[in-house]
Design a protein around this ligand. Structure first.
Ligand SMILES: [Zn+2]
Ligand SMILES: [Zn+2]
Length: 338
């Protein structure tokens, strides 16, 4: 394989993405190459273009919600896998020997800065190289354009919701009804949570109820938070923006949990935190086992992300839409670079 890989890269921090061609990286024995058909755009791609996480190497090719077909395999992988349809999420590799990898919690690998599908180059591209363990066979009844979104946004909310579900404490508030939130509503209601969607406007009320919420709170209405005081066992925070933390905290029951799957500014009231014995927890993507469970669950319960489909050649229009918060939940790019 000598043809160059075609991709879109930011050459400097925050730059517009421009065409970039690179030699195919050689495969290690446990790696495989995937020819990409679809790649979703995630908020983290935008943050990484801006180098907000201080780990982006330039030229930087974003993209980590990949669906495609295996086109080449390393020496440890059977040739019979060539042609298989697979999905890849944020994580494409792990060191395999740190304490977290040895426990099977590879999403916590100590070599996190080199674990991303972005390394060396990500999914806004004709192909990508990943370790075998992180290329997931896809159920036939999950269409590629929806499944791309499940690979990062889907696993992110599924892992948090499934890890903390309890049949005796299942009243949940989902804060933020966007790319992550609209999937969280679907997964949570299918798991048996009693779901309240919490949004800063009334615009998404009907869609949120259709996604599976039983209740909808528009926090711009007067006394909105009063209606949900002391109400939830758990809050899932999917929103990046600034939040009314004092009011949000008051919606939790005693021993309630706040689960963060996005990175908002956090400003909790320490007195309530202690006196109400609250917990705040982060949850990051999931293990390979979580991913396989999520894909099977999504197929069984017909979880369907709401996506706008765009050609990959219009990547900069897609990035602008996401930056301006104009995407209708999620954008998936169909590869037209070949
Ligand atoms: Zn992501
Ligand atoms: Zn590791």
């Amino acid at each position: 394989m000598s043809e160059k890989i075609k991709a879109f890269a930011a050459f400097t921090r925050g730059a517009t993405l421009t065409p970039f061609a690179y030699d195919p990286p050689p495969l290690k024995e446990n790696e495989l190459r995937i020819d990409i058909t679809h790649c979703g755009i995630c908020g983290s791609d935008i943050h990484a273009i801006e180098d907000d996480y201080s780990v982006s190497d330039f030229p930087f090719v974003p993209g980590h919600e990949v669906v495609g077909f295996i086109s080449e395999v390393g020496s440890e992988i059977p040739n019979s896998r060539i042609g298989e349809r697979v999905g890849v999420g944020w994580q494409a590799r792990a060191c395999g020997h740190c304490e977290w990898c040895l426990k099977g919690e590879v999403q916590l690998c100590l070599d996190v800065t080199n674990n991303g599908t972005w390394t060396p180059y990500g999914g806004f591209s004709t192909s990508v190289v990943v370790q075998d363990e992180f290329a997931y066979p896809l159920p036939d009844d999950l269409p590629s354009e929806f499944t791309a979104v499940l690979m990062c946004a889907g696993i992110t909310v599924f892992t948090a919701l499934s890890r903390y579900y309890s049949p005796t404490a299942h009243k949940i508030g989902i804060v933020g009804i966007g790319g992550l939130g609209h999937l969280a509503l679907q997964f949570a209601s299918a798991m048996g949570y009693e779901v309240t969607a919490i949004s800063s406007s009334s615009k998404k009320r009907e869609e949120a109820l259709a996604f599976g919420a039983s209740h909808y709170i528009d926090t711009s209405e007067a006394a909105a938070y009063k209606k949900i005081e002391d109400c939830f066992d758990m809050l899932l925070i999917t929103s990046q923006g600034s939040l009314d933390w004092d009011d949000i905290q008051d919606t939790l029951k005693r021993r309630g949990k706040i689960i963060l799957v996005a990175f908002p500014h956090v400003d909790l009231n320490p007195v309530d935190l202690v006196v109400h014995e609250l917990s705040i927890l982060g949850s990051f993507v999931g293990t390979p086992e979580d991913m396989r469970k999520m894909l099977a669950f999504a197929a069984k319960h017909k979880i369907k992300p709401m996506v706008e489909i765009m050609p990959m050649s219009q990547i900069n229009e897609a990035v602008s839409k996401l930056r301006e918060n104009k995407a209708h939940y999620r954008i998936v790019l169909v590869n037209d670079l070949n």
